[in-house]
Design a protein around this ligand. Structure first.
Ligand SMILES: Nc1ncnc2c1ncn2[C@@H]1O[C@H](COP(=O)(O)OP(=O)(O)OP(=O)(O)O)[C@@H](O)[C@H]1O
Ligand SMILES: [Mg+2]
Length: 240
């Protein structure tokens, strides 16, 4: 069973969390769902990928909602031309002051705004913010890449999730080159580790869409990765 608050998590950096979060969110929005993206990474890549300049929001960002200076409802913005909303992150601003349970209580407060999906992008590692994300989400999705380090970190990832009361049933493995042996081994290992595993192939359209600040679903042209993000969206929306 999946729920509406979805988080892409990993203890390792560069495993495709932001790319998956933004693209799955865009697929969900394009198929008629009301979607909010919450960018919880001070690097603000999800914000930038949605075509927004992270510097523009100043104190109207997730950091000020986390500190309690702003209510979460005050830092939600519409994304022009994409049928989505975002709580942006302000680039480089650390989460210095954090109100306990800011995310769980924030999500409860926005429940009356009727989002079908709240998609959370997280920083790598397991600091307070990431642990808060695990508590606040209904569906944690492990974001992995084909590096063996990604797999070696998996037990730790599962352990941290279980300490936050969550089981990770679903994984997304990005930038796969099926011709490499390591890659094939990781793909095989995944099927025994998760109930559902999605494999995203390497796709040149991904860096292109990131440079343009437009998710794949809103770009013209074919994309192999987009097909996979659409399957994840379908799984979240329809359970299949
Ligand atoms: N399917 C793909 N094809 C090609 N490149 C990809 C694909 N998915 C992700 N990438 C690239 O891999 C890199 C890491 O992706 P991303 O930024 O989404 O990872 P992340 O887990 O969010 O990183 P961080 O931990 O730093 O936040 C990026 O340069 C991105 O363009
Ligand atoms: Mg990221």
């Amino acid at each position: 069973m999946t729920g509406k608050a979805v988080a892409f998590i990993s203890n390792k950096g560069g495993t495709g969390k932001t790319t998956a979060c933004v693209n799955v969110a865009a697929c969900l929005a394009q198929s008629g769902n009301k979607v909010l993206v919450i960018d919880l990474d001070p690097i603000a890549s999800a914000t930038a990928y949605l075509g927004i300049k992270p510097e523009d929001f100043g104190d109207l960002s997730i950091q000020s909602a986390a500190s309690g200076e702003k209510k979460i409802g005050e830092v939600i913005f519409e994304i022009e031309g994409m049928d989505m909303h975002v709580v942006p992150s302000c680039r480089g601003v650390t989460f210095e002051k954090i109100k306990k349970n800011f995310l769980t209580s924030g999500i409860k407060k926005i429940e009356n705004l009727d989002y079908d999906f709240i998609m959370m992008d997280t920083p790598p590692g397991f600091d307070y913010v990431s642990r808060e994300v695990i508590k606040a989400c209904d569906t944690p999705i492990a974001a992995l890449n084909e590096s063996v380090f990604s797999m070696e970190n998996l037990p730790l990832l599962k352990d941290i999730a279980s300490k936050g009361g969550k089981r990770i049933d679903c994984a997304i493995l990005s930038t796969v080159n099926r011709r490499s042996r390591v890659s094939r081994e990781v793909v095989n290992a995944l099927s025994s580790e998760f109930e559902r595993a999605f494999i995203v192939p390497f796709d040149k359209q991904v860096p292109r869409s990131q440079a343009l600040g437009v998710p794949l679903a809103y770009l013209k042209g074919r994309s192999r990765a987009l097909r996979c993000y659409r399957s994840v969206a379908k799984f979240l929306a329809e359970g299949e």
